[in-house]
Structure formats: C-alpha cells, structure tokens
Design a binder for this molecule. Structure first.
Ligand code: HAS
Length: 546
C-alpha cells in the first residue's frame, strides 16, 4: 500500500483498538456485577456500562476496522486510491468519529442508556441519535470511495474479472447501503422527533422492525470481512490456493440477496406481525445459511487440497499441513472453529419453536459471543497482525508472533468458558439476558444462575487478559517492531484463470433481486402496521405512527 493509503487504514485501526480497551473494560465490569462480586457506585448504572460495551464493541470497533480493512483491500487489489477516493475515506472517517464522540458522550453522561439496539420504547438524548446518524452517514461516504475504486477498475478493464477482494468489498458495501436505510429511517423519522418532543410517542413495533431490517444484515456486515480473509487471504498464508474464486463470488452474491429480508426472525415472539410473515422470513433465514455452508465446504476443500499437494495422505492428513506456528493463520482458524457451534446456535435461534425457548435468555448472548465476538473478532485480530506492520513498514517478529498466538489461545479459552456458561444457563435454566445481579426475592431458580454467572466472570477475566495482550501486540507492530516489509497476503485460486459467471457481476440483476426480496418480505408486515394493526399492536392505526 502507498504511504498515504496506509495512513488512512491506520487511522481506522487506532480507533478500533481504543474501542477494544474501553469496551473490554466495560465487559469485564459487567461480568463482575452480574455475578454479585462487584457493586457499581450509585452514579453508574449497570445498563449504562452494558450500553457502552455493546455500542463501542459491536457497532464502533467493527465499523472502523471493517472500513479500514476494506480500503486496504481495494487499494491492494485495484491499485492506489485516487485523491478523490482517499478524500472520501478521510471525510467518512471524521464524520464517523464526530458521531461516535457525540453518542459516547451522551452514554457516559447516562443520557443514552438505551443498549446497543437503541429502539423505542427506550429513549435517548437527541445528541445520541444525531451521533449515531452521523456514524451511518460517515460509513456511506467511506464506502462510496471504496465502490468508486471497484468501478474505476471495471471501467479500465471491461473484459477482465474484478479482483475477488474488491468484488467482495463492493458486495458488502452495497448490502450496507441498502440495510442501513432501515436504521436511518427509524432514527430520522421516529427517534429524533420523539426525543425532541415534537411527537408524543412513536410506534414501537415499527421502530423495532426497521431496526431489525438493518440489524440482521449488520451481523453479515461484520461477518463478510472475516469471510474475505477466510476465502482470499488464509489460503495464501498457508501457502496454498483458494478452492474456487467462482464459488466465493456466488456465496457473496447470496449474502447480498438473503441478508436483509430476514430481520423478523428477531421478532418471532412479538405481537403486531402476522405468523405468515414470521414463517416466511424464517424460510429466508434458512436460505442465508446456505452461503455459510458453501464457505465451510470451500475452506475444507482448500485445506485438503493444500495438504494433498504437499503429499499428506488420509482423511485428515491436511491438518498436519497447516502452519500451526503462524498467528496470521491460527487466529482466523480459531475463529472458524468457533463459528461451527456459533452457526449451529443460529440455526436453533431461527427455528421458530426453539426460538420460543431461548429468546431473551442469555443463550442469545452466548450465541453472539461465539459469532461476532469469536469467529469475527479473532479473524480481525489475525488480520491486524499482518495489516498493521504492512502499513507501518515493520515486521511481525518471532517474539510478537508468539505473543499473538498466546493472545489468540487465551481469547479462545476465555470465550469458551464464558459462552458455554451462557448457552447452558440460558437454555436449561432459563436465565434472562440483559439483567443485572438480583436474587429475585429469594427465588430458587434465580439462585441456580449464580454459579454460571461466576463462570462468566472467570471467562471475562481471561478475555480481559487477552485484550491486554492484543494491545501489547498492537503497540509492538505500530511503533516498536523492527523496520521491514510485511507481506499483504492475497491468494490465487485454483480456478483463477477461468472466466467468472457474468451474473455475479451484473449489478442491475443483483440489485433488482435484492430489492424484490425485500419488498416481498416487508411490504405487507410494515403496511399492516399502518393500516390494519393485528390485535395486541396497541397504539397503532391512530395516526401517530411516526
Ligand atoms: Fe445470529 C441473534 C440466527 C449468524 C450475531 N445473532 C443474534 C444476535 C447477534 C447475532 C448479535 O434466527 C443478538 C441480537 C440481539 O441483541 O437481540 N444467526 C442466526 C443464523 C445465523 C446467525 C441463522 N449471528 C450470526 C452471525 C453473527 C450473529 C454470523 C455475527 C457475526 N441470530 C439468529 C437469530 C437470532 C440471532 C434467529 C435472534 C434470537 C432471539 O430470539 O433473540 C447463520 O448465519 C449461521 C450460519 C453459520 C453456519 C456455520 C458455518 C461454519 C463455518 C466454519 C467452518 C469451519 C472450518 C474449520 C472450515 C452454518 C463457515 C474446521 C476445522 C476443524 C478441525 C473441524
């Protein structure tokens, strides 16, 4: 990467690492409070630190890391950014930063204790909502710069297929544009007027529906950059080739189609939405699982092919061929492992009957700590460990690599303990999520939750040690490691020179199918919220929807 492009990428990384420290500290405090081992000072509420934890880690860290990495990916595969593309990157960066500071200030002042989902009926100060809106607008500006790079490549090379990483970045960007319209609508049309007192009340079902229209695609916005690494970077690190470029594109295309029209699977137990539409979106949810199975298949095929090329035999011979001493590989691999139970848990969540069992229990918290906080973040750490030295002109030394390996393993151990306890006590003992320590008036059932909350604190403590290690590795790679050249690994695929199916880059087709699926899945349920509210949807149909 050029010096100027590296600077842009690094600016994003500095924000991401600061978020990790602040959000990780909030997480550690939470586990101690929940297990009854710590009481917060009266001026700080449990929900305030829970809001800090969720917003800073799930929304801000991820967005900054992803946009920084995606800039590096398009610059690496399509050539240095033009001044306009870089300017868009910087404008987006600063708009997001200003938005983050505004929102974070309100949360720290306890004027926006609304959790990371921030939908009604919880209400925040207007500055919080404006801040969140700026984060979204900033991300749009930033993504525009990335898409322009892809468009420029396609214009200059009309007959060539686009580089895989740039194609993937563009899919993720388009998906983000389309899904964030939902959160923009609820923030601008409902939450801001409401928090200013311009309207007396807002429709909660509509607010939640618009949020989840965005919210489920959001989880794939987090996941896809990890998949970019698994498909296009890990094969190079292990010294092999990716199984199939065409399969990877196909899987990303399916993510674009099916990530968005599935948000109602977060609302299966809510009133105000007809069963038919819940069922319909559950079917679409099972469709979005398909590209993940394709990814699992492709990864196994990549590993096996590499192992066989090196002469390793047998069903699992490939296992020995993998570079177990290389943190750039081990961390994403631990992420893949976590995604097996994490993804299986997602299938449980999406199955309507079983959702009734686990909804609003701490099982769900366990699910997303295996997915976003393990599969995704472990992969992001692994990516940082070559991206940062690449940008700062330093080397990942043997010592730092060892530190990074220890960091990865401690994270995996901490998260295994914490999320296993969450899954078990949520599923088997019905422990609620988003609740603080309470004896519930001496209820026997609540007493059974405590040992598992202590286990969560044990896991949380190991995780915090792991965060300290991440920061140490980061400081090494950004400022202290010896100068040198660290590779930006981009893999070739076995079908590198085969033409790509035209359909996957036919953007008119991609956007028409995406919009059509959204219209089919959402027109009637949202329409009904305006004109024909089902019983139980109180306050609807009275002309006070927005
Ligand atoms: Fe989820 C709730 C359904 C994936 C995140 N999810 C959440 C929430 C979050 C979240 C944050 O249907 C909580 C929201 C809140 O605050 O209320 N989720 C799914 C389904 C999937 C899924 C069907 N979720 C994710 C991902 C996330 C994420 C990814 C973040 C990044 N989720 C739900 C549902 C709810 C939900 C309901 C609502 C629950 C409720 O009632 O509140 C699927 O996409 C999962 C598919 C994944 C797989 C796994 C494929 C495995 C791979 C690894 C291969 C490994 C290798 C290594 C090669 C099928 C690709 C092998 C090596 C060896 C040695 C073996």
């Amino acid at each position: 990467l050029s010096k100027q492009d590296s600077k842009l990428v690094m600016a994003h990384m500095y924000v991401a690492i600061s978020c990790l420290i602040l959000g990780g500290l909030a997480g550690l405090l939470q586990t101690f409070v929940r297990s009854g081992m710590l009481q917060l000072p009266k001026s700080i509420s449990y929900y305030q630190i829970l809001t800090v934890h969720g917003i800073v880690l799930a929304l801000v860290l991820t967005t900054f890391f992803i946009l920084g990495f995606q800039y590096s990916a398009v610059a690496k595969t399509c050539g240095n950014l033009t001044p306009l593309q870089r300017r868009l990157g910087w404008i987006g960066f600063f708009v997001m930063l200003i938005g983050t500071v505004m929102a974070a200030t309100m949360v720290l002042l306890n004027k926006a204790t609304v959790l990371y989902t921030f939908y009604a009926p919880l209400q925040a100060h207007v500055i919080f909502y404006v801040g969140m809106a700026l984060v979204v607008v900033g991300s749009w500006i930033s993504i525009l710069g990335q898409i322009l790079k892809y468009v420029e490549f396609k214009k200059q090379n009309p007959t060539k297929k686009s580089p895989l990483l740039s194609y993937m970045v563009t899919i993720n960007g388009v998906m983000w544009f389309v899904c964030s319209l939902g959160v923009a609508a609820t923030v601008l049309l409902q939450l801001i007027p409401w928090s200013l007192g311009l309207v007396e009340r807002v429709d909660v079902t509509l607010s939640r529906t618009l949020f989840w229209y965005f919210g489920h695609a959001l989880v794939y916005f987090w996941l896809l950059p990890a998949y970019m690494c698994w498909y296009a970077i890990v094969p190079k690190i292990i010294g092999g080739k990716a199984f199939s470029d065409n399969l990877a594109r196909m899987s990303f295309m399916l993510f674009l189609f099916f990530s968005i029209p599935v948000g109602i699977h977060h609302q299966l137990v809510e009133p105000g939405i007809e069963d038919f539409w819940k069922y319909f979106q559950v079917i679409l949810t099972f469709m979005v699982v398909v590209p993940s199975f394709m990814t699992a298949f492709s990864l196994f095929a990549t590993f096996e092919n590499h192992g066989r090329t090196l002469g390793f035999k047998g069903l699992f011979g490939w296992f020995k061929a993998l570079p177990w001493n290389d943190a750039r590989f081990v961390l994403p691999f631990l992420g893949m492992l976590a995604f097996i139970p994490g993804g299986a848990g997602g299938l449980v969540n999406a199955s309507a009957q079983m959702n009734g069992l686990i909804h609003n229990t701490i099982w769900v918290t366990g699910h997303f700590h295996l997915t976003v906080a393990s599969a995704v973040i472990l992969t992001f750490f692994g990516m940082m460990y070559w991206l940062i030295p690449h940008c700062t002109g330093r080397k990942l030394t043997k010592f730092t690599n060892k530190l990074a390996l220890i960091q990865g393993y401690t994270w995996a151990i901490g998260m295994t303990i914490m999320s296993a306890a969450m899954h078990y006590v949520g599923l088997v003992k019905g422990a609620p999520r988003r609740s603080t320590y309470s004896e519930y008036g001496g209820a026997k059932q609540a007493a059974e939750w405590i040992p598992y909350q202590v286990l969560q604190a044990v896991g949380g403590t190991i995780l915090f040690i792991s965060i300290i290690l991440v920061v140490m590795v980061f400081i090494q790679l950004a400022f202290l490691a010896p100068k040198g050249e660290e590779e930006y690994p981009v893999a070739q695929s076995l079908d590198e020179y085969q033409p790509v199916t035209k359909l996957v880059e036919n953007w008119r087709f991609l956007i028409v199918v995406t919009v059509l699926l959204i219209l089919i899945a959402y027109t009637v349920p949202i329409g009904q919220m305006f004109i024909d509210p089902p019983p139980g949807a109180k306050g609807l149909g009275e002309g006070k929807l927005w």
